[in-house]
Write a protein that binds this ligand. Sequence first.
Ligand SMILES: Cc1cc2nc3c(=O)[nH]c(=O)nc-3n(C[C@H](O)[C@H](O)[C@H](O)COP(=O)(O)OP(=O)(O)OC[C@H]3O[C@@H](n4cnc5c(N)ncnc54)[C@H](O)[C@@H]3O)c2cc1C
Length: 428
Amino acid sequence: MSTIVIGAGPAGLAAARTLGREGEDVVVLEAQPHVGGRTRSVRDRLRHGQPADLGASFIDIGQDKLLQYCAALGVDLTPQVALFPTDPDGRLTAASPLRVTLVVDGKRLDDAERDWLADEVRSALEATPPERTEPIPAWAARAGLSPRTRRMFCWQTGYNPVHEASQVPMAMLEPPHVGRVCWMMADGTDALARAMAAGVDVRLEQPVRAVRRRRGHLVVETDTDRFTADDVVVATPVTPSLAIGFDPVLPAWKVDALLATPMTQGGKVIGQYADGAALVERLGLSTMSDGPISLAWARPVGPEDTVVVLGLLADRGDGVLRDEARCLRALDELLGAATGLPVQRLAGLVQDWTREPYAGGVVSTLMGDFPRLPSLLAQGVGPIHFAGEHTAEMWQTSMDGALRSGERAAAEVLHRRHLRRPIATLTS
Ligand SMILES: Cc1cc2nc3c(=O)[nH]c(=O)nc-3n(C[C@H](O)[C@H](O)[C@H](O)COP(=O)(O)OP(=O)(O)OC[C@H]3O[C@@H](n4cnc5c(N)ncnc54)[C@H](O)[C@@H]3O)c2cc1C
């Protein structure tokens, strides 16, 4: 029996590997000339072959599926890092991210001012507990945060990166589940996708345009070819999934669930700098700002004392993300303000996920119907199954959720065939 998987990101590759191990004939159709999707890294833009992670960077503690895959496939991790410190009582709250180096109006806040701001948020969280679905600025206003604190609190969503704080509920920030203890992939994030793709039949530059259900089988059409299969796993992000023509049309509940799941918009700016050790020491865990770059952090210091610094930009519709020179200048200025040191950039690049047609943005955002949406997004339609970070019941939006969703979709395919024996996962 055969399955076609659409999309060679972590979700599609996890589905293909799981099915392949069960003896299924699997072909993965990938639109781009490379695997990895939003976990892509490039290695030809920075000096010394240093990887530039264009999408995902961090594995957070608790992302056990992702950690298992890395261990099983020999993907090395960096030493443990933290993006945010905890509050003074050791708890991680929505106030904690504001305890990093803060650059406001181009100037670094002194530690006392920063702590005052974070403490105000922490007190407000206790006095006025947020509702999960309450939009972020709505809570900040209801809780009575002072104007400066409110501005910084709402602006921090840029690190997700979210272009408009009112588009996201407080559940995104409180309780925070990322940033306290994490790792990066030592050789760049796409090391995992490349390892997962080994031995899988992945056809690159095959953008799927239509999936047609015909008597007893499915026909999948790309720009140049047609493939037939018994089952299809759609492992594409929300927005590109909406551009695939399904014949017959997907049921209204499925289309409604996809339409009710917008994607955040933004990109990443990556610079490589001289005097890495000194910059990293002064930068601390990370820096957050009210400028175009919401959050910046450094990878471990590399060859010849160089360091790669990465920044997230929400696409606020002001054209900054489209202007590479301006983004890189903003990164230089942020780094200079945060560290108080002169900075010398050696190389740099910008990745605009808003303009990436096969991504459609950064990650999915759940709006409103929390209990129901993930299960509708994950629900199959006969021989058509759905995977991807947006369909994950756990660790939605992340690489971990994507891997879990791929394994789940593969299990559904096998279940349809009444292959009820235990399913081997990972590298077994
Ligand atoms: C800037 C940024 C920062 C992030 N940071 C983190 C982080 O620190 N930690 C974390 O865990 N996650 C992070 N993520 C999220 C993480 O990258 C995603 O959760 C993960 O890549 C989702 O995997 P996926 O397989 O669902 O989708 P993708 O990785 O997007 O893969 C989908 C694949 O489908 C392909 N495709 C799309 N349409 C078609 C079509 N019509 N035909 C054929 N192929 C198609 C795409 O080209 C792509 O290869 C970040 C993402 C971004 C963009």
